[in-house]
Design a protein around this ligand. Structure first.
Ligand code: HEC
Length: 103
């Protein structure tokens, strides 16, 4: 019986890990960065709060790895000099709210 609980517990932990690809990042910090640096331009081309860019049918980002890569490109293009943890915070925020990749 004990080992059954153990297995169930491990499955649960595993499930959480897969449901959250940026588990250790800080989504609130990411939100603040996006609002400060990213929304204006997206909103001017996509209207509203600009978030349609993440949810459009033909969106470019298809995976959590792709998301980080895209954020890195924007970071470099804009010369923001974000550190990797800042990129991951933004990735977590965008993933939780729009992309919803589970791994
Ligand atoms: C100067 C304008 C501009 C700024 C500033 C900007 N972006 Fe973008 N972003 C774009 C455009 C235009 C696209 C669409 C590119 C395409 O369709 O090929 C895009 C696409 C994206 C996508 C991919 C959307 C998809 O299709 O899945 C992500 C993610 C993204 N931007 C994140 C960011 C982040 C994070 C920042 C802030 C660091 C940022 N962008 C700042 C113009 C901008």
């Amino acid at each position: 019986m004990k080992s059954l609980y153990l297995i169930a517990g491990l499955l649960l932990i595993n499930g959480y890990a897969q449901a959250e690809p940026f588990a250790t990042a800080d989504a609130n910090a990411g939100k603040a960065l996006v609002e400060k640096h990213c929304i204006n331009c997206h909103a001017s081309s996509f209207g509203g709060d600009g978030s349609a860019i993440y949810t459009r049918d033909y969106r470019k980002v298809k995976s959590s790895k792709g998301l980080v890569a895209q954020i890195r490109n924007c970071n470099t293009m804009l010369g923001l000099k974000w550190f990797e943890d800042e990129e991951l915070n933004v990735a977590k925020y965008l993933n939780q709210n729009y992309y919803k990749f589970t791994e």
